[in-house]
Design a protein around this ligand. Structure first.
Ligand code: GLU
Ligand code: MG
Length: 466
């Protein structure tokens, strides 16, 4: 399937003219180069960059890059699948002008997300952004749209020590005023940069773990929400560097304690109406919202192979850390894998959504959103019943209570997650064989890469990779 949004050799109608005007305007604003950004299967952001004057040519013909990055691991070693990982071949990266932003945190630069197509013009089956866009476009044809946002938690360090350890840049208590004061200038610059880049920030606050902060942003359509997650992280990193600080989005910067999450907020809409509000089911959900939620919930164990894709993800995904380590749902239950959010009285129609918690920022946001949406849509198509609600800590349920609610502990290792994913026909079908094989090969590569390491060794191996 191709859609009108897919790039084509020569450029889509009118785009080259638009890029020509834009490159002149950008040059006039002092922008020298454009970062072309995508995320690989391992969750690492990878880029090429072009001089601003080359934008029209990139929009017409793309920029070359090897498909081998689809099977890169977080440590830059390479695994292979039947279709991917060979040194042969070339792909064209096409910037999406709709997502192009002048980077306030990196003077002289603009940034744009890319789609990747083959030299012959077909969409690249390993392109995660294309995968998500096609899924969302297909769903829109059937009358269902989505709004999504991805929370970002990160740890700020003074700069890695000689041994690569974290030296937290703040000392104050969790959620504490002290931390806000300590990073006052950096945080203010970050808010300014995000505002200049058109990112509507909801909140910025000190989080629980040492040196940890969080930003939450407004909901957009899923592709734009995934783009924004990449852009916001690029901005956080750039602004921190200008203040002499380093950041890590790793799921577990240290082996013990609370990690960095990337909770995913999602709502399904029909004809402009939020299906998660105003319905006659639990907490105002419609029947479709309940079965969408049930679809996500039942597939959470397999989804973790995509949403918690690093060996370090399982240092974070533990009970009593608000990471959502169980296949449980509950209204405003922060230990459940799926937290149902109704919104404040007066705002429900706009803000009711589900929050999927076993997601971290090692996840490729396009794959994570696409797989979660595919799971929800399957729930809707099958009218999957939503089990009984869980309130409180799911860990405290006795066996009978847990069975009655279908509450299970999520995978405790990446190996368990991959086994669940391998058996999940719905996710495999949604991804297609090339992406499915890439996910499995990359996860197995990560597992092999940490063979013999203890928890501290795993945290150290990924601490500065994400
Ligand atoms: N840091 C927690 C996590 O790993 C989330 C805390 C919160 O709910 O904001 O997901
Ligand atoms: Mg948080």
């Amino acid at each position: 399937m191709t859609t009108l949004a897919d790039p084509v050799p020569g450029g889509r109608p009118g785009e080259v003219e638009r890029a020509t005007a834009l490159s002149g305007e950008l040059s006039g604003r002092g922008v020298h180069g454009i970062v072309l950004a995508y995320v690989d299967t391992a969750g690492i952001g990878r880029v090429k960059a072009i001089p601003t004057a080359k934008l029209p040519s990139a929009v017409a013909w793309g920029v070359g890059m090897s498909p081998v990055f689809d099977t890169f691991l977080a440590d830059d070693s390479i695994v292979t699948t039947d279709a991917l990982g060979s040194p042969d071949g070339d792909l064209r990266l096409y910037p999406d002008l709709g997502g192009l932003v002048v980077l306030s945190g990196q003077p002289g630069w603009a940034w744009a997300p890319v789609d990747r197509i083959a030299q012959e013009g077909d969409p690249h089956p390993g392109c995660s952004r294309t995968f998500l866009r096609h899924l969302v476009t297909d769903s829109a044809r059937r009358g269902i749209a989505f709004r999504a946002s991805i929370e970002i938690e990160w740890t700020v360090g003074q700069g890695p020590s000689a041994a690569g350890e974290l030296l937290p840049a703040t000392t104050g208590p969790a959620y504490g005023a002290t931390r806000q004061v300590e990073l006052s200038d950096c945080a203010a610059d970050l808010l300014a940069a995000l505002a200049e880049q058109g990112v509507d920030v909801d909140q910025l606050h000190p989080e629980y773990a040492a040196g940890q902060f969080e930003v939450s942003v407004g909901a957009l359509d899923p592709v734009a929400a995934a783009d924004r997650s990449v852009l916001v992280r690029q901005t956080i990193r750039a602004v921190a560097r200008r203040h002499g600080l380093v950041v890590s989005f790793a799921p577990a910067v240290v082996a013990e304690g609370v990690g960095n999450g990337g909770h995913l907020h999602l709502s399904a809409w029909r004809d402009g109406v939020n299906l998660h509000a105003g319905g006659d089911r639990r907490h105002g959900m419609t029947a479709e919202a309940e079965s969408f939620t049930a679809g996500v919930l039942t597939r959470l164990p397999a989804l973790t192979a995509v949403t918690a894709p690093s060996p370090a993800s399982y240092l974070r995904l533990k009970p009593s850390r608000w990471a959502g380590a169980f296949t449980a749902w509950g209204r405003e239950t922060r230990e459940a894998g799926v937290r149902v959010i109704t919104g404040t009285t007066g705002l429900q129609d706009r803000s009711a959504n589900i929050e999927i918690k076993p997601v971290d920022l090692a996840a490729n946001p396009y794959l994570a959103l696409g797989c979660v949406i595919a799971a929800g849509l399957d729930g809707m198509a099958m009218s999957t019943p939503l089990p009984q609600e869980t309130t409180g800590n799911p860990e405290l349920l006795d066996t009978g209570q847990a069975r009655a609610r279908d509450v299970r502990r999520l995978p405790t290792s990446l190996g368990e997650a991959v086994a669940e994913f391998r058996a999940d026909e719905v996710l495999r079908t949604a991804l297609g064989p090339v992406l499915t094989d890439a996910v499995i090969a990359v996860r197995e590569g990560e597992i092999a890469a940490v063979d013999g390491l203890d928890d501290a060794g795993i945290a150290a191996a990924y601490r500065w990779r994400y």
